[in-house]
Design a protein around this ligand. Structure first.
Ligand SMILES: [Ca+2]
Length: 437
């Protein structure tokens, strides 16, 4: 039996491991356990515990890990699993909803400059938006921290869709994914960086070969656009291309190969529907947009992704591993060049809860009930309210009723539905999942 925990540590499956760490914080998942896969038996090991919503991860050259906690803490996890005190010097973050301290990455020349990059939700004039800062890693802090990029504009509203993953390309340029901040149309507006992937130099300046440099009314850091909420990026180990996953609305999670200047369609086209059930044209109806190479309906809620390049599991070489939040596990894609030839792992979870890293309400009540009880009341069990940071979710009959009707309408066509969001007065009600039985 192979140890998946050791594999992840050794081969740098950053976002995916962050999700695993998160999964390990859930009741019932903390114990080591064995998994039979098509190729081999795996042993899942808990690498570290006690973290609150671990979100991003970067391996230091000595094998220790820098791990972000969404609430705004950056910690070092030792090779033996010991968790450090929070590092000082981390920028203040908006730790609400899907915002917080998000990804972390090392400079490609970290051995020379010890620079660490973090992305996070930042408050400012007009509301909140994604930002990227960098600083030098000292003994117990980040030093000389400077903000090198800010999403434009900051917007008010629900603390949703900040992205954000960081990835350095083979040329040393830094890709930053963002979200549309749940504002939809700005994803198509090249005068904003909502719903974009941006490409910057390590100091935050704009590379001269970016696709919109010198074009009036277009922000030069934009690399691609029409993205909804991108939380997974990885550089293909052979081609050097940027691969990206993003959340669809009700259905339509996407895997894209990102090319400079291309429009990936949101919100004009999608394989999913709006949360109110309203149709969105399918991508083939608008060939001017670049379509995903794979989509998931029902969704898997793709977070961190990585290509498996190690040889510990020979059958997995070159596969793409995706942390599926509503899938509650790792989804593995087999590939032939730019084509997806197979998808392994659970594509949908009946409970569909998003482990705490998302900051959404969890079906903790449901988890304490037995399966028979879940079958009797599937919708109610998966609905909760979060009034703000730190509060426990609770069920709401009003939200349950609203959600049941929306969910049943959707289920007629699709048999199951995953994440949905709607506002039930105040505060926000976030139904997690329901499923017809
Ligand atoms: Ca798309």
């Amino acid at each position: 039996m192979r140890s998946i925990g050791v594999d992840f540590c050794k081969f740098g499956l950053t976002g995916v491991l962050a999700a695993l760490l998160s999964l390990c914080t859930l009741p019932g998942l903390a114990k080591d356990r064995a998994i039979e896969t098509k190729e081999t038996a795996l042993k899942v090991e808990t690498v570290a515990g006690g973290l609150e919503s671990p979100w991003g991860l970067a391996f230091l050259p000595d094998g220790r890990m820098l791990v972000t906690e969404r609430a705004g803490r950056l910690r070092i996890v030792g090779k033996d699993g010991t968790v450090s005190e929070p590092l000082k010097g981390v920028p203040e973050v908006v730790a609400e909803g899907q915002g917080g301290l998000l990804d972390v990455a090392l400079d490609p020349k970290f051995g020379e400059n010890q620079l660490v990059y973090v992305s996070y939700a930042e408050a400012g004039d007009g509301g909140a938006g994604t930002a990227v800062a960098r600083g030098r890693l000292g003994e117990d802090r980040l030093e000389n921290v400077e903000v090198i990029w800010r999403q434009k504009p900051k917007v008010e509203g629900r603390p949703l869709h900040f992205g954000s993953r960081l990835a350095f390309g083979p040329d040393g340029k830094l890709f930053v994914t963002t979200g549309d901040r749940f504002k939809f149309d700005p994803a198509q507006d090249l005068a904003t960086t909502l719903g974009k992937i941006v490409r910057i130099n390590p100091d935050g300046s704009v590379p001269e070969d970016n696709p919109f440099v010198g074009q009036e009314g277009k922000l030069p850091e934009i690399y691609s656009y029409g993205h909804r909420h991108a939380q997974g990026v990885a550089i293909h180990p052979k081609t050097g291309a940027l691969w990206e996953t993003e959340y669809g609305p009700l259905g339509g999670d996407e895997l894209n190969i990102v090319e400079p200047g291309k429009d990936y369609g949101w919100p004009a086209v999608s394989w999913g529907k709006h949360y109110n059930g309203k149709e969105i044209p399918d991508p083939p109806t608008r060939p001017e947009f670049t379509d995903a190479i794979k989509q998931w309906t029902p969704v898997i809620s793709p977070s961190g992704i990585t290509f498996y390049t190690a040889d510990a599991i020979p059958g997995w070489q070159g596969n793409l591993l995706i942390a599926g939040l509503s899938a509650q596990g790792i989804v593995r894609l087999t590939l032939d060049g730019e084509k997806v030839t197979g998808c392994h792992g659970r594509a949908h979870s009946p409970r569909g809860a998003r482990p705490g890293r998302r900051g959404l309400c969890l079906d903790r009540q449901g988890r304490r009930r037995d399966p028979a009880a879940q079958r009797r009341k599937p919708a109610q069990l998966n609905i909760g309210l979060r009034r703000g940071r730190g509060r426990q979710p609770r069920t709401s009959p009003r939200c349950s009723a609203d959600f049941r009707s929306a969910c049943s309408a959707y289920s007629d066509a699709r048999r199951s539905c995953a994440t949905s969001t709607r506002r039930c007065g105040r505060p926000i009600c976030i139904p997690i999942s329901c499923r017809t039985r």
